[in-house]
Ligand binder design. Structure first.
Ligand code: GLC
Length: 548
């Protein structure tokens, strides 16, 4: 059964801690930082893939599902990590990338050699004519989603990079392989699994996208999704009463997610959905900038809270991950009110109904990288789109500005532990540049402040672990028309919690829907000791009130 007191911390291993002086984070580096995570109070670590990969997409292009890339360490290192984490009450969640493999994976290589068994692991189609792919679908990383292979006179599908070939889930052998991989890691002591873009595995048909878009309507939340997930659950993690699973759901719907993460659905425990992280996309286009539409943000978060709650389904709660720019730069103010807005954003997420995820560095307010030259970017999506946007006629400055706001590398720079070289991540040049601001913004500096962001996160985590209302309470929106404030209640029997968050740098007045005399202050980022029904919120203020 899903434990609702969990808090997951996401480690991007390549950038967390280097222990062997190669500029690349590793397992032993993580072990050396477990005390820090224990102090923070989290009880799960989700690791991005550390297995063998050509690293075209930083591990999401899997070459071998069962072995670590030696740059991360050995199986013995990992076994030690599991033991050391366990001692500190921390479990491990692994990333399972099952929509595609690297084209360097043995299966794809054997397919190319003409072994029918393995050719059938992937999705092949004839072109429409010489040089014309089977349909007009676009890869999520730019360009056609199909790649021609001369010896077969056929194309294989790759929804992501050309080196990431989509697996054919209609093939029962593929489904069995995936279950076996989960079971392999279960035997190594892994109880948690995050399933990468798992709602793309069932393709409905291969026709042209009539809107000349990327084709997602034909491969998102497809007809056999629920059947495949139930099957995977039964054949693997579902046999482990301790399991914790989350599906990354691309462009999904509430209708599907109440099933994916419904209490009795026997699919997954919870889902990541991304609609709230597109409110600053102009016309829904990732590479078109606009200021975040705050009312839309409120509306979406409310809709997902209510929609999932109504059907007893569970959300993963998050602002940040390795694919998103840093929330404090995006929805807060990463200069004058960095500390206040980092705490407010944390509080807004952590008091909601669902399981909160913290992305490395968020707990002391790391910002976007703001790289100024294309040579500093590593991410394949960023470097591809750079060329595409230049070809479309945008100036270099314009494109670099877009990347500063949107690139995934904003979140992938080395963890800033202290003010030593490269923020204490590594004493040699890291695989990706450290941010310019590490001497000022780092974990050690933050923690010297008695009023640190870290301490605020510790407090939120403790509250969730100890208060059933935060774990279980029902969500109820309040002040829905307020243009500056996101506010809600959580209710459990006679207990009530009221959370009020000012998303702007201006002071703003709110009149709460009820008298709050009997309430105490549970959380405040301004040392507020009590509150009245009418409150003037300071810039980026968060205030959480509670009545037993
Ligand atoms: C997911 C991962 C992302 C990766 C993509 C393809 O969205 O989070 O980093 O590039 O899937 O595997």
């Amino acid at each position: 059964m899903l434990r609702k007191d969990k808090i997951v911390y996401q480690i991007y291993p390549k950038s967390f801690q280097d222990s062997d002086h190669d500029g690349w984070g590793d397992i032993r580096g993580v072990i050396s930082r477990l005390d820090y995570l224990q102090e923070l109070g989290i009880n799960y670590i989700w690791f991005n893939p550390m297995i063998v990969s050509p690293q075209k997409d930083n591990g999401y292009d899997v070459k071998d599902y069962r072995n670590f890339d030696p740059r991360y360490g050995t199986m013995e290192d990992f076994e030690e990590l599991v033991r050391e984490a366990k001692k500190r009450g921390i479990d491990i969640m692994f990333d399972m990338v099952f929509n595609h493999t690297s084209t360097e994976h043995e299966w794809f290589q054997r397919a190319l050699k003409g072994e029918t068994k393995y050719k059938n692991y992937y999705i092949w189609r004839k072109g429409k004519g010489p040089g014309v792919p089977p349909n007009n679908w676009q890869s999520k990383f730019a360009g056609s989603a199909w790649e021609y292979v001369e010896q077969f006179d056929e194309y294989y599908l790759h929804l992501f990079d050309v080196s990431q070939a989509d697996l054919d889930w209609t093939n029962p052998d593929v489904r069995q392989e995936c279950a076996d991989i989960v079971n392999y890691w279960r035997a190594k002591g892994v109880h948690g699994f995050r399933f990468d873009v798992i709602n793309l595995i069932s393709k409905s048909s291969f026709e042209d996208d009539p809107n000349n878009f990327d084709g997602r309507q034909f491969y998102t939340d497809g007809p056999k999704e629920h059947e495949y997930l139930k099957g995977l659950n039964r054949a693997s993690f579902g046999q482990d009463p301790e399991h914790l699973t989350v599906g990354e759901m691309s462009s999904t719907t509430i209708e599907n997610c109440v099933q994916y993460a419904g209490e009795d659905a026997e699919e997954l425990d919870m889902v990541f959905s991304f609609h709230h992280l597109k409110v600053d996309y102009k016309n829904k286009m990732k590479w078109e900038l606009q200021a975040a539409d705050f009312m839309e943000l409120k509306e979406l978060l409310t809709k997902w809270q209510l929609g999932m709650q109504e059907k007893n389904a569970w959300n993963a709660l998050f602002w940040n991950c390795h694919d998103q720019p840093r929330s404090v730069s995006r929805f807060g103010d990463d200069k004058e009110y960095r500390k206040e807005s980092a705490k407010m954003l944390g509080s807004m997420i952590h008091m909601l109904r669902g399981t909160p995820y913290i992305y490395q560095g968020e707990e002391f307010g790391m910002t976007n990288a703001y790289f100024t030259d294309i040579s500093e970017y590593v991410d394949v999506e960023s470097t591809n789109i750079y060329d595409v946007l230049l070809n479309e006629g945008k100036s270099k400055e314009e494109v670099l500005h877009i990347l500063q706001e949107r690139s995934r590398d904003n979140a992938r720079t080395p963890m800033q532990w202290d003010d030593s070289e490269n923020g204490g991540f590594s004493d040699v040049t890291p695989w990706i540049r450290s941010q310019a601001n590490y001497r000022e913004i780092n974990a050690a500096n933050d923690r010297r402040d008695p009023d640190s962001i870290f301490a605020f996160y510790q407090k939120m985590i403790q509250l969730r672990k100890t208060m059933p209302i935060i774990q279980e309470g029902l969500f109820e929106p309040i002040l829905e028309d307020h243009e500056k404030v996101f506010a809600y209640k959580r209710v459990l029997d006679r207990e009530c919690l009221i959370a009020v968050n000012n998303f702007f740098r201006e002071e703003t007045e709110v009149r709460l829907p009820e008298d709050v005399k009997g309430y105490s202050v549970l959380l405040s980022n301004y040392d507020r000791k009590d509150a009245e029904q009418t409150v003037t919120l300071k810039p980026y203020e968060t205030l959480v009130l509670y009545k037993a």
